[in-house]
Design a protein around this ligand. Structure first.
Ligand SMILES: Cc1cc2nc3c(=O)[nH]c(=O)nc-3n(C[C@H](O)[C@H](O)[C@H](O)COP(=O)(O)O)c2cc1C
Length: 189
């Protein structure tokens, strides 16, 4: 064991210890097809290539929790930094109270190809997902989605036809605040 040369504060009580995470706008629908948006900071890759599965952690008290469990489908929409206001807004009110978050925050629903929940036009990347797993995990529940289609704004594509990371400008959550990303440091090793 190395000699301790750096002083560290140690605590057994922490909060959202892994950072950063992307902000996500998740769209689900009720039985009549009416869409609702929830803002999530807990959006992550689970299986990255075959299959492509993503995870969401959602509190049982939210309206979206029941909609996704009942309807089994959702879209993940990854906003750029210009959508900060809508991202905060969609996380501060509930569709349970009848609010149309698309209208309230100036967002546009676009029809998905394979699922009933629409995608958010203003987000440069959108994923159509089918629910394939659900687990209780402490103060949130884990929803696992099979990504059956990805939409990317054509203006965000590089010459190789893949999303150009320099253009995406994702909105990042770093512990208590929102951030953009800094400059690229290195390519994939
Ligand atoms: C930046 C931000 C991140 C959030 N992350 C989560 C999250 O990961 N999981 C969750 O259950 N709620 C999260 N919330 C809270 C929900 O977005 C909020 O409870 C929302 O009003 C629920 O909407 P609904 O009732 O229409 O589903 C977050 C809110 C904000 C502003």
């Amino acid at each position: 064991m190395a000699e301790q040369t750096v002083q560290k504060r140690v605590t057994e009580r922490t909060w959202r210890p892994v950072f950063p995470t992307p902000a996500g706008l998740i769209v689900s629908v009720d039985a009549s097809g009416r869409p609702n948006i929830i803002t999530l900071g807990e959006v992550f890759n689970l299986s990255i290539g075959n299959p492509v599965w993503v995870g969401l952690s959602i509190r049982a008290a939210t309206y979206s929790h029941g909609l996704i469990r009942e309807q089994g489908e959702f879209t993940v929409n990854l906003p750029s930094t210009s959508l900060l206001e809508a991202v905060v807004g969609c996380g501060r009110c509930s569709g349970r109270d009848g609010v149309d978050k698309f209208a309230r925050f100036g967002l546009t629903p676009l029809a998905s190809r394979h699922v009933r929940p629409p995608i958010v036009a203003e987000c440069p990347v959108n994923l159509e997902c089918r629910l394939v797993g659900f687990h209780h995990v402490g103060d949130h529940d884990l929803f696992i989605g099979d990504v059956i289609a990805e939409h990317v704004d054509e203006t965000m594509l590089g010459p190789d036809g893949k999303p150009d990371s320099a253009k995406l400008d994702p909105l990042i959550l770093l512990r208590g605040g929102f951030w953009g990303i800094g400059p690229k440091l290195h390519g994939w090793p």
